[in-house]
Design a protein around this ligand. Structure first.
Ligand SMILES: [Zn+2]
Length: 85
């Protein structure tokens, strides 16, 4: 595997979409290429940071939000069509 291939696969690797054999190839490359180890590190860090940012948006409602507003938001959410995966 080349670094170029590694970069192509890294997203799928981290989201668990690769087969066993493909994962093994990535790990073999990581064993021999410190550059890609570094890249993987920063890639994961970026993902972690973006997840933290997402979580901050969906934090539990702070206590100072008016009850009526919470109810209005909940009602609006119920009206949205259910999204099926
Ligand atoms: Zn590499």
């Amino acid at each position: 595997m080349t670094c170029r291939e590694f970069l192509d696969y890294i997203g799928a690797y981290l989201s668990g979409e690769l087969s066993e054999a493909e994962c093994r190839e990535l790990r073999v490359h990581l064993d021999v290429c410190s550059q890609c180890v570094d890249y993987l590190d920063s890639y994961q860090q970026t993902i972690r940071l973006s997840k933290i940012a997402c979580c901050a948006d969906s934090d539990p409602v702070p206590g100072d939000v008016p009850e009526d507003l919470v109810k209005a938001v909940l009602a609006a959410m119920k009206q949205r069509p259910i999204e099926r995966a």
